[in-house]
Design a binder for this molecule. Sequence first.
Ligand code: 0X9
Ligand code: ZN
Length: 419
Amino acid sequence: MKLYLAVFALLAAVHCEEQFNGDQVLRIQAESESHTEVLKELKKNVDWELDFWTHGFSTERPVDIRVPNTSLCAVKDFLRENNISFTVMINNVQELLDKERAEMVNNEGMERETKSFVFAAYHNLETIYAFMDTLVASHPNLISKVNIGSSYENRPMYALKFSTGGVSRPAIWVDAGIHAREWVTQASAVWIANKIASDYGVDPSVTSLLGQMDIYLMIVTNPDGYAFTHTNNRMWRKTRSVNLGSSCRGADPNRNWDAGFGGTGASKDPCSDSYHGPYANSEVEVKNVVDLIKGHGNFKSFISIHSYSQLLMYPYGYTCADIPDQSELHAVGTAAIKELTSLYNTRYQVGSICNIIYTASGGSIDWTYNIGIKYSFAFELRDTGYYGFLLPANQIIPTAEETWLGLKYIMGYVRDHPY
Ligand code: 0X9
Ligand code: ZN
């Protein structure tokens, strides 16, 4: 009976997982304003079920779209009719997903056998949470697990707090995985957590930092979405909240913060991947972080980690107006990227969200900046569009290593520039 149930559960799990056979990701380059307008029209077409992997429309940056197999002919015809050139960035999405899954299964077997954690692999939520417990247990005087509340589907949300003592010390916040499908961000954050733990007392910069400040690191900021990318739909981005009056679920947790909420670069359509939600902080995952930040009251830096595009951004997203600290943040960002690039020559661009990618309202770092957290940054990690969200696991460690150099630079700067 038990076996029967297990087999049934397995079949059910396999059965309901979204398939992407023959789907392609097209990379489209708009060469004029009229192209840009055509692409905006394309986005309004609901019948083709397009999945935009990039969110802005400009002649400076390509637009990447996952096109379901059944819409491929129509979309390619449409682009050709409008004289818009494109390349096939991913030829068959499902092939990459199958490979990713096979690697995960293989890796799980290895981890069970060797009772060790493999950093060069993607892991599900349970395994990441178990990793956090192991890390805390082996560094009890440095790391604690802070439960900041529960997700919509009642999963606990944990930040790792690195602290050597003191009372309400100035602190640095780092979060990853607020967008569920950006898997290299959660995986990099796992590696970085381990790196901070092992470098304390060894690397003078980390040691002096933690002598004065605390670090809060949230590895999985959208646990419901992350679990869903493992069980149902690898391409899920949003939260999993129910939307009244719609059969579509979730809001974009990076359009839900109280900064320019509901403005340009967010959608009011609950079915959109950039749906801002019914009101600011409606998503409990966002609310939990907001409450922690406000309740703490002494964060000096807030860094949010996304993928992909290889960018380091500072506010604002909701307007292209310069922030008062523009030149300082630009200089800090540029120096951080210099460190990042020094390792593997990975090229990054630095700028304000609005100027560098697109107008995006309701973003986290705009809110943190506006409440007085000057050193607010957002990373977009690898790559620039070979694999997009489906970055092969053998790039996790190099991505994490180089990102850490950038992060460490920012953290050191924050330590040395109290305000
Ligand atoms: O559109 C976004 O939310 C981010 N890009 S992504 O492709 N990862 O979705 C960029 C927004 C900048 N980040 C923050 N405002 N925190
Ligand atoms: Zn993102």
